[in-house]
Structure formats: structure tokens, C-alpha cells
Design a protein around this ligand. Sequence first.
Ligand code: MN
Length: 474
Amino acid sequence: YFSHPLAVAGILTGWHLDAQALIAALLHDVTEDTEITIAEIGEKFGKVTAELVDGVSKLDKIEFQSIEDAQAENFRKMLLAMARDVRVILIKLADRLHNMRTMEAMTPAKRARIAGETLEIYAPIAHRLGLNQTYRELQELSFRHLRPWRHAALSKAVQKARGYRRDVVERIQRDVEKSFAQAKLPVQVYGREKTLFSIYKKMSEKHLSFAQVNDIFGFRIVVGTLMECYMAMGVLHQLFKPMPGRFKDYIAIPKGNGYQSLHTTLVSPLGTAVEFQIRTEQMHAVAEKGIAAHWMYKAKGAGANAQDAQRLGAMWLQSLLDIQDETRDASEFLEHVKIDLFPDSIYVFTPKSKILALPRGATPVDFAYAIHSDVGDHCVAAKVNGEPVALRTELHSGDVVEIVSAANARPNPAWLNFVRTGRARSKIRHYLKTMELDESRAMGEKMLAQALRAEGLQMPAADPNDAAAAALWQ
Ligand code: MN
């Protein structure tokens, strides 16, 4: 109850978070473990701190169930959307990091569950936020708790390999540097070593033995311009033979998170295969820090929205990484981190724990049409988190939404006044258009009568001989 919150706050001081976040970290389990309420925290420590504690507690209440990849991605987004303030996520990450470091006393089953969730959800979030060291530590700890024997064996194997491959690696580095000097291409050459988790991942994904994983040690070549990446690759391929099928151009086709680099594996004269990653300094920064803008907003379309997204993404990424390092000015940092992470989207659950993304302001009707047009066409009522609500109710991230439908129910034209998704709108319109003429007429009259009644007016009697009135019905 005491040392855990203190350790969490300690991790956050390492990330240079502000006082409010540190207070919230110290108090993050208080509403769970004691009778103290959010309101009381607000009175004693201020509204913002209370909101942060509330945000962390809310995240704790959502449980991740599915292990499907697509669902994991949505779950991560849901957490971010719910957090609203990025500090909530950072507190949660520090909380999880400390839990992962101190799991020894738990049962193996519980350890495995938490480690699995960390691997699927929290490590990737840390990655996207640019907390790369945390990302790697979460992965390594998860691996150790999920596969303790594998982890131990691999750790031993890497230590051995490090010893006998050192000479080879050093010699390759000298040869490579000499080639670039001769080609008059200014580059920086860095040696790198894979983490145990990534070695393990590669072995299991590609069904390889440890001896077959030949890129435990590799090199990173950082050049000045994009074109120089390809020139550097030419220099390398002249020096050593590239391994067929191992060349990847992530510059022309970046990875989903914006990662760009050329990857190639070369076979040195000694027979050792070594992987090279070639990138510019800018690509390197993105690779280390993650690019929020690419990831947060799927829409790559042109227009103000995409530009805004880029700007927002760039801004908070900046705030998170650079401002902390350079100015360490808490108030300036704060201004940037208050940005709503997902200004346009909410994430809600179906009763079967599937997650749907909807635009902000979406209603149960949008939800119904997002599931299936039949569900939308026949929906009559909705429940949110088990409580009956009006169909026009605005949904929020984390809501569990349930639609009640009836076979004889029909779309209501009034829904057009509040639906937010184009899909719902067009489906409702489509239904209204294809309705039988008589039915449309009756509905039109009904709507008109309703509207008139609302204004305290009477419905005029229909006159079949009135050409102007008849034209209105066409
Ligand atoms: Mn905790």
C-alpha cells in the first residue's frame, strides 16, 4: 500500500512528469483500497489531480479479454481514448512497469495473465509513446514471466555467443567503415544487439533454432539523406554478398507505425551473416521515439483533418520527448500533454466484448448500424452499461452497448437529426427512399402532424384537387 505507489511515482520522476501527476501516482490506488472518494481527493489535492486518479482507476476497471490482434489494437486505442490526458496513460504505464518488476510473489497463473496483457497492450503503448526503454523492459519482463525456462536458456546462449562472435563483429565493422571511407560517403556505424525477447520472437515465428538466428549482432548505418540510404546499401552489397530474400525496403514501404529503414543481411567472408539497418537521422529519431501522428490517425487522406492530426500528433510527441529533455519546464510540458489523444473517436464494447470505433458524439443508432444494417433498421431501444437509455444518447469510450430490436420496427426519420456516422445516415435514407409510396405518404403526414402539433397548429384536411398540395407529395 505504501511502497508500490512510492515506486510508481519514482518511475514518473524519471520521465520528468509534473507535480500533479506525481501526487496522482502516489494516490493512484487510494480509491480502490480505501473509503476515500475522488471528491475528497479533489478537495485536498485539486481537481486536476483528482481527475488523473479517476482516469487511472477507470482504466483499471476495463479488462482485456480477447487476444486477437485486431482487438488488441482497438483495446490499446480505447485505453488511450479513455485516458484523455496522456498523463493518465503514463501513470498507468509506470504502475504496470512496477507491477511487472515485482511479480515474483504471485502465482504462476496470475503472472502469466498479467505478462500476457502487458505484452499485448502496455508494451505497444509504451512503444508508441516513444518510451522505448520502457517498451523493451516490459517485453523482457513479460517474456521472463511467460516463458521462464526459455528466457534462462536464451540468456545463457547469448552470453556465450557474445564471447566468440566479438572478434568477427569487430572485423566486419572495420571493413565496413573502410568501404564507406573509400566511397567518400559520410556515415555513422553503430553496433547493435537484439533483445532476448526479439530473438525469441524471431525463433518462434520463423521456427528457427538459436544457431539459425544470425542477426543477434547487427549494425546500424545512419546517413544524411534518403538517397544516401540506397547508396550506402550499394556500398555494402559491393563489400559482402547480400543474402537472397533478406532485403527489405521499409523506406519505400514504411511499416504501419511509420518506421522507415533499409534492412539487408550480408554474409561476411568468414561465413557470418550480419543484419544491417540503413536510415537517415530523421528516420532514426522516428524509429526510437515512435511517430504518434502516423499511428493515432488512420486517415491518411488529405484535407484539414489529416493536417490537424499531423500537427497534433507532432505536437504532443514533441512535448513528451523533447520538452521534457530540453527545458524540463513543468508548465510548458503541461500545456502540451493536455491534448486530447483522440479528438475524433470513441471506442465502445458490444455485449460480446468486441470493440467498435465510432466518431465522437455517436449514438446507439450509429452503433446499431455499425453492427449490421438489419440491426439498425429494426432497433427500438438501447442499453448502455446495463441501463436503458434513449436512442439519441451520446456514447462514451468504454461503454458496453446493447441494442434491443423488434422484427416489425422501422427506421425513424427523426434519427437523421442525431446520427453521426455516414453509414447510419445513408442506411436510414436508403430505407426511407425504398419505402412504399403509400407508407412514405402516411409517414410524411404523421411527421407533419407531429411538427404542427408541436407548434400548436392543426393539420389541414387533404384536398385531392389542390394541385399545389399534390405537387408537395411528389
Ligand atoms: Mn498500482
